[in-house]
Design a protein around this ligand. Structure first.
Ligand code: ZN
Length: 392
């Protein structure tokens, strides 16, 4: 579709009434991105990059590494300490990247093309993460982690491939990082884009439908290899998803799309049958200098008042500890957040994405002790009204 036609069509869609779901109980979900994605190769990688001339430390994402088994276990322990009114602990939807770069193979070819190392096979050379995959599985079995789909690489492959043979600044930066076992540091090079979105691409910058569908098919295949199950919920890297992304997700069995924060948009179904869930509480102490627990609690209360679920966004960096300890502070705050909600709301439910999907279709969700009913009502809204709300 030509860009102008697409724009007008989009504007038309924004004015159409949508049926939003509202719930008569306080519901809390947690959604967390970037699990399984490597960054700085711990202290050794940091030293190597500093020697190569990169001045790291300007922003928190300079210290993004990869979760360790201890980080994951510590999160599991905090979650297991809490219970909702049905006796269930909070559950984190962990959005996984299913591959990293195969630096050894790429180096052998002079970094002239991208090769991927599937997560299910292990981490690239030089990475040590004993028992990490067991730690993921332990939390999944314990019902406190809900593995979901983020993507394969996070960055947009065509955007990076454009600079593979480049002797300029961008090509040099890629090679310095890859020599040190780090794929990219986004804020230093936003031109790498997001998996389905090429910042220097044509038109609306999204990859074509068939390209997106191919990438999503590969990611779903790698997900099932890693977790012996298919994903039901997905969040596009950088929240950059369009109609083609949603359609490809639906074709690959995704039932829930996780949308970014900024509005109080009610959950709703799209014409592919996908349930859209919008993040409403940004809980990012590692990266937000203005973070306030009170603000997060007020935001959750506002959601409950509007009969919307409080959907907490907390990226994996908040739990990292191998170069900089982001984890301890986050876990202490999360512990307090849950305690405050449990003390105030005796009818609180901790759910994950698929529970909500079940709820909007059946009016109940399944627990170990049987089905739990929640009144779900539908109310009309328009996207344009939501966008106006976000601006004010
Ligand atoms: Zn991400």
């Amino acid at each position: 579709m030509a860009l102008n036609v697409r724009k007008i069509w989009r504007r038309g869609i924004d004015l159409l009434p949508i049926q939003g779901f509202h719930f008569d109980r306080p519901l809390v979900l947690l959604q967390s991105d970037d699990w399984g994605r490597i960054g700085l190769r711990d202290r050794e990688g940091l030293d190597q990059l500093r020697t190569a001339g990169l001045e790291l430390g300007e922003r928190p994402y300079d210290f993004y590494t990869l979760e360790t088994a201890e980080d994951v276990c510590a999160l599991q322990q905090i979650l297991e300490r809490h219970r909702d009114s049905t006796g269930r602990p909070p559950c984190v939807a962990m959005n996984f990247l299913l591959a990293n770069l195969d630096f050894r193979r790429m180096k052998g070819e002079g970094f002239r093309q991208i090769h991927l190392q599937p997560l299910a096979v292990g981490l690239p050379d030089g990475w040590q993460r004993p028992n990490l995959f067991d730690a993921y599985r332990s939390g999944i079995t314990g019902g406190v982690f809900y593995p979901s789909l983020h993507g394969t690489t996070h960055f947009c492959r065509p955007a990076v491939e454009r600079h593979l043979h480049d002797d300029g600044e961008r090509g040099r930066l890629l090679r310095i990082l890859w020599e040190a076992g780090t794929p990219y540091i986004h804020w230093r090079m936003p031109w790498v884009g997001y998996e389905y979105w090429d910042p220097e691409g044509s038109g609306d910058r999204f990859l074509r439908a068939n390209e997106q569908s191919g990438l999503i098919g590969q990611a779903v295949g790698q997900f099932s290899r890693m977790f012996s199950a298919l994903p039901h919920s997905a969040c596009a890297p950088g929240y950059r998803a369009n109609e083609d992304t949603h359609q490809a997700w639906a074709q690959h069995g995704i039932e829930v799309a996780q949308d970014g924060p900024g509005t109080l948009t009610p959950p709703h179904l799209d014409h592919n049958g996908i349930l859209h869930l919008y993040r409403t509480v940004e809980f990012e102490p590692a990266v937000d200098p203005a973070f306030s627990l009170d603000t997060c609690l007020h935001r959750a209360e506002e959601c409950f008042r509007l009969h919307l679920p409080a959907i907490v966004s907390v990226h994996s960096i908040n739990f990292h500890s191998s170069v900089k300890n982001f984890r301890s502070h986050t876990l202490a705050l999360l512990d307090e957040f849950f305690s405050a909600l449990e003390a105030k709301y005796s009818e609180l439910f901790y759910l994950h994405d698929r529970d909500i999907f079940q709820l909007v279709h059946q009016g109940w969700f399944e627990t170990k002790h049987g089905p739990v009913h929640v009144n779900v009502t539908k109310r009309s809204f328009t996207r344009s009204a939501m966008a106006r709300g976000a601006e004010t």
